[in-house]
Write a protein that binds this ligand. Structure first.
Ligand code: TEU
Length: 539
């Protein structure tokens, strides 16, 4: 049953959500204390970023024991309690599955490093030096080479991410089945599914420098489905940076028995200079954004399914990135909410998005916490980049922008902790916080709450067709959803400038708007900055 098609998912980054024991780190008990808030918002699923045992080299995406909880987050009893307490509120817990790599402190890697004949050696990817150096010129996402030399054995091991995140060798069948056993351990605890970290990497063929969509990727996913989640009524979402509408169907067509859906990132890369990196910026083209989102609304196979997101723990805050986090923060945050949630797919809300949290500006690298950010700073400084240019990139794209503490209220550290937070709260927390949002009936929170409720009441939002309007308009994103004879028109002015609407439509009812007004005849109306609405259209 595809219950996840009607669901809205809320992502929690555990170390930044709520601290309950004053150590400056969020924890499971803290999340449990906030479940009533999430029930009020109306979300159906929590995607919980990793809480497993980990040295936190990459904030938990470096796992040293898949079946133990990092004591900094609490105990396995706390995890069981979170699953149970969430279930009481009709909220499922989706765990983060990180099986492209482990931590270098995982027992498998500690064994593998002992010697070349160790039974765990082949759980990882080892190669002899070539001409006295790395086997090839593959690079890590976190700067530098993707090969780390192991003195003891005289071989290199592969790490697509940090050198403390050695890649697993998915060609090893014994390793794969140990992963499946671990997944069933969690499924038997009653979790609602998995978000699968960089899952398009597990089919890699390093000797041919194939990193994504390798030849056996879908064999592995079909084998995983068969031995684990395919036997449960749960949801799965693959993080696939390489996804296109063509290959997305390979992951999510129900006949293929792989995943329910994938995260695609084509829209996320639109403000990167082509052929460069996330750090090399170009202004966003709204026409290009509309075209990319439309492609994903209309070109994936009808039987497949989309995920919908603007933010996660790896991306900057959308209201700062593509909205206006000063004069029009509330209007533009609501605009993003309406434009995304009215589309076809499962919407994902990243913690703090529902109250319009913003990026945090840094001026010294000592303020950074993220390994990707710190490595980039050092790499570019070494290459002679001006510090100012590096900070422009970091303040636009660093993952720390999304990882500052959840802003609960105006008390010290935004109500996140009574201890020393592992990362400082955004200094705007006295103005931007949950307490403020709940007290203000016209807040961003209530726009999200209404959109989530609408999805439950209106099959059009879930199953309706999508038709883009005004494709070449430089700042207005307009589209129609239609289902069983009903048509809704969604319009967003994605700019800070007043814009005249060029559509002739007679609206019957305003479904939701970020401006307090009714809509009738739509021809020639002037859209205020970031004015966005959804209306039912009379035929
Ligand atoms: O991210 C995959 C990934 O490549 C991102 O790190 C992205 O490339 C980068 O942040 C640029 O935006 C997943 C997790 O979401 C991320 O937090 C982990 O650091 C990474 O995998 C390794 O597990």
């Amino acid at each position: 049953m595809s219950w996840w098609k009607n669901s809205v998912v809320y992502q929690i980054y555990p170390q930044s959500y709520q601290d309950s024991n004053h150590d400056g780190m969020g924890d499971l008990a803290g999340i449990i204390s906030r479940l009533d808030y999430l029930e009020k918002l109306g979300v159906d699923v929590i995607w919980l970023s990793p809480v497993y045992q980990s040295p936190l080299d990459d904030n938990g995406y470096d796992i040293s024991d898949y079946q133990a909880i990092n004591p900094i987050y609490g105990t396995m009893d706390d995890m069981d309690r979170l699953i149970a307490e969430a279930k009481k509120r009709n909220i499922g817990i989706v765990m983060d599955l990180v099986v492209n790599h482990t931590s270098d402190e995982h027992e498998w890697f500690l064994e593998a490093k002992k010697d070349k004949e160790n039974p765990y050696r082949d759980y990882y990817i080892w190669r002899d030096p070539v001409d006295g150096g790395p086997p090839n010129d593959m690079t890590s996402v976190f700067s530098g080479p993707a090969w780390e030399f192991d003195e003891a054995s005289g071989q290199y091991f592969l790490h697509l991410f940090s050198k403390r995140q050695p890649d697993l060798n998915w060609e090893n069948e014994e390793m794969r089945h140990k992963i499946y056993d671990m997944m069933n351990f969690w499924l038997d605890k009653g979790i609602a599914g998995f978000r699968m970290d960089v899952i398009d990497n597990i089919g890699k063929v390093p000797d041919e420098k194939i990193v994504v969509n390798g030849p056996r990727l879908h064999d592995y996913l079909q084998e995983m489905n068969k031995h684990t989640f395919g036997n449960y009524d749960v949801m799965t979402v693959g993080e696939t940076w390489s996804a296109t509408p063509e290959n997305a169907v390979l992951f999510s067509h129900p006949d293929r028995n792989e995943l329910a859906m994938v995260f695609q990132f084509e829209h996320i890369g639109l403000d990167e200079k082509p052929g460069t990196s996330k750090w090399d910026l170009q202004p966003l083209s709204i026409v290009a954004l509309k075209k990319t989102l439309t492609k994903w609304q209309t070109e994936i196979d009808a039987a497949s399914w989309n995920s919908l997101f603007w933010n996660n723990h790896d991306t900057p805050r959308i209201v700062s990135r593509w909205g206006n986090d000063t004069e029009f923060r509330i209007e533009s945050a609501k605009m993003f909410a309406i434009l995304l949630h009215m589309m076809k797919g499962t919407p994902y809300i990243y913690q703090g998005e529902e109250i319009g949290m913003t990026n945090r500006i840094i001026t010294d690298i000592s303020e950074a916490r993220d390994i990707e950010t710190i490595n980039l700073f050092n790499e570019r400084l070494e290459k002679g980049y001006a510090a100012e240019a590096i900070f422009t990139s970091l303040n636009a794209k660093s993952r720390d922008n999304a990882r500052t503490p959840m802003q609960w209220d105006a008390s010290e550290n935004a109500g996140f902790t009574n201890g020393e937070p592992w990362i400082p709260a955004n200094p705007n927390y006295p103005e931007i916080n949950v307490a403020e949002a709940l007290a203000e009936q016209d807040s961003i929170f209530y726009a999200y709450q209404k959109l989530i409720a609408l999805r439950k009441e209106n099959p059009l939002m879930v199953y309706g067709t999508f038709t883009l309007l005004l494709p070449e308009h430089p700042t207005v994103f307009a589209y129609e959803r239609a289902y069983e004879g009903e048509t809704w028109l969604i319009v967003g002015n994605m700019s800070a400038d007043e814009t005249t609407l060029e559509l002739s439509q007679i609206a019957t009812k305003t479904v939701i708007s970020n401006y307090d007004k009714e809509y009738g005849q739509l021809e020639g109306i002037i859209l205020a900055p970031y004015e966005t609405f959804a209306v039912k259209v009379a035929h």
